[in-house]
Structure formats: C-alpha cells, structure tokens
Ligand binder design. Structure first.
Ligand code: AQP
Length: 326
C-alpha cells in the first residue's frame, strides 16, 4: 500500500478548483492506499486571519472533506496544528533550505506582490508544506498543478537530506489530474480560481446556493465569437467552462462541443448552471448533516491521534539522523 498525504488551507470555503484539482483525487485514492488528509491551518496564518473565523473555516473544510466522500474509516482526517511534528520538522528543513530557492517560488512572488518586505511565514510556507508531506513518509501527493513548484522543492529537500546524511525521507511524487488540475477564475481566466480572491463571482464555492451559482456562471467572462469550442489559448474563458462542465458531467469536451454546435453561450451556460447545481446538491446535504455534529469533532480528535503516532516515529528517525536530543 502506498501512503498518500494532502491538505487544504482553511482560508475560506472550498471551491470547484480545490474540489476538481485535489479533493476528487482524495476520494479516488482512499480505495487502494493509506491516505492522510489534513486541514492545514498553520499555512492559513501566513496571511492575517480572524481567529474566530479561522476556527469556523477549519470545521467547514473538515466537514466538506467528508461531504465530498472522504471516509474517516479509510482515511485519517485531522488538523495540522494538532500534531506538533509539522512545526518541528519544518524548522529542521528550514535549516536545510536556501533563501535563493525559496525566493524563486511563484506563489510567494504573487502573494507578496514582489514587495521588498513580506511576512516570513509566506516566504517559508513551502518548507512547512515539505514538512507536512515528509513527516508521513508520503509516496503520493494529490494536488492541483499550481503546487508543482512546491512539490519539486519538497523532493529537492528530501533528496538533499538523504544525500548528506543517512537516508531519512521517502521522496514523494506529485499526482495531478489531466482534467480539473487547473480551474481558472470565472471573471478572469488568466488567473486560477482562488478562495481568497476579492470577487466572489470569480469562483463557485461548494456551498453556494443556486442563485449565486447562476449569477457567477452567467457573468463568467467568455469571448465575442459565440462558438462553444475548446481553445485554451484563444478562448480561455469558454475553455475553462467546458473543462468544468466536462468534469462535473462526465461528458468529454468533444461531446460537449458537438452538443452545443450552432447554439450560443447563453444555452451552454444555462445548462452548466444546472449541471453544477445537481453536482453540488448531495455534497451540500451531507455537509449540513455533519458540520455541527459531535461526530465531526471525534473524527478530528481520532485523526490527530493516529497522525501523531505516525509522525512521532518519523521525528525519532529525523532527530537521530540530525544528532538532535537525547
Ligand atoms: N484553481 C484551482 N484549480 C485546481 N486546483 C486548485 N487548487 C487550488 N486552486 C485550484 C488545489 O487545491 C488544493 C488546496 O489548495 P490550498 O487551499 O491549500 O491552497 P491554494 O492552492 O492557495 O488554494 P486557493 O483556493 O487559491 O487558496 P488561497 O486563495 O487561500 O490561496 C491544492 O492541491 C491546490 O493545488
């Protein structure tokens, strides 16, 4: 059995990008692997968070993991800050990383907007992410393609430590889906869909109601030639919508192009609204059942215990190999 690890930041409600890029993989992978899924709250505080809202979002994301089909009987589900090994290993890996490689991370560049001074946590975020992964001797990391550079850094750090000390870490592989790996913002298809973007109509959150879904999709940026055809370079807006439609409905892009031959964007968007509403309905229903339950808290407590046990074994090995402690 391979070990799988991944996480989502509780910086807002999970959107279609998170779902189609990462969470769908979480569910698929738990059938044949040992899966560990984390709510990465320590990553969330790399930018200012309201403590009350953050706590709510942690539980929202946990409930959404379960609502999309993550099964706590098959997978470990827990909150990152409940397992101290993440911070501990992050420091050790920080000492193995270089400022040059961290300053090349595109996510840091865009989130710090190339300012001369930015929060240190934003700068060292990829090291914490590497610690999250390496702490569990992870083989496979299911993520969206926006995480490729972070996964490469994680692999580099693992290889660097293994080459300069005793073999300490498993070198993990990123796992990216062919479709859904990069869902773009509805208002600007040159940017990825994101939880923290200011315009709420740039994204569809899994908990959006029908009216909001309709408004966001009907407002989505397309182009003026009115032909439903996939062409990511010249028609990025409609291509993004085709991608979403295809993954949610199970129809191929070619089938959809045929279906909408001779029809306008209005018909296409109206149907996409319905497909999206239908796909999210069962997720919302399950979320409502579990979000305020004692069961959710128990799942997280049990997950933290099980994750803690695995992480302690890794930290013992890491400390030995680094000559730390007694
Ligand atoms: N637009 C996207 N398309 C496909 N996959 C995506 N992911 C994020 N956006 C897209 C994948 O979702 C997982 C969780 O992401 P995250 O919450 O840890 O961080 P993020 O990538 O920074 O996501 P957001 O939504 O953009 O959050 P904010 O706005 O807070 O920064 C990852 O596997 C990611 O690849």
């Amino acid at each position: 059995m391979k070990r799988v690890f991944s996480g989502v930041q509780p910086t807002g409600n999970i959107h279609l990008g998170n779902y189609l890029g990462a969470l769908k993989q979480f569910v698929e992978l738990q059938e044949e692997n040992e899966c560990i899924y984390c709510i990465v709250d320590m990553h969330a505080i790399t930018v200012p968070q309201d403590p009350k809202a953050l706590r709510e979002h942690i539980l929202d994301v946990a409930a959404l993991y379960l609502a999309v089909g993550v099964d706590p009987k098959k997978s470990i589900v827990f909150v990152q800050s409940d397992v101290p090994g993440h911070a501990e290993l992050s420091w050790i890996l920080t000492c193995c990383s270089h400022t040059g490689e961290l300053s090349r991370m595109t996510q840091f560049k865009s989130k710090s907007q190339n300012k001369e001074s930015a929060p240190t946590g934003l700068f060292t975020y990829p090291v914490l992410m590497a610690a999250d992964i390496l702490l569990y001797d992870t083989d496979i990391v299911p993520v969206g393609v926006d995480q490729t550079q972070h996964i490469e850094l994680c692999r580099d750090l693992a290889i660097r430590v293994n080459n300069t000390r005793k073999k300490t870490f498993i070198v993990p592989e990123g796992r990216y889906l062919k479709e859904g790996a990069r869902i773009m913002a509805l208002d600007d298809p040159s940017k990825k869909m994101s939880k923290s973007a200011e315009n709420v109509h740039s994204r569809i959150s899994l908990l959006d109601d029908e009216a909001k879904i309709k408004k966001s999709i009907m407002k989505a940026t397309t182009d003026s030639d009115g032909v439903v055809k996939f062409d990511a370079e010249n028609k990025p807006g409609i291509s993004n919508l085709l991608n979403i439609y295809s993954v949610l409905s199970g129809m191929s892009v070619e089938e959809l192009e045929k279906k909408y031959e001779g029809k306008g964007y209005g018909d296409f968007k109206k149907d996409l609204v319905q497909v999206t509403v239908d796909a999210l309905k069962p997720i919302k229903a399950r979320y409502e059942e579990i979000r305020h339950s004692e069961e959710l808290l128990e799942i997280l407590r049990d997950g933290a215990k099980r994750a803690g046990e695995i992480s302690e074994k890794t930290m013992k090995r890491v400390k030995e190999n680094f000559g730390l402690g007694f």
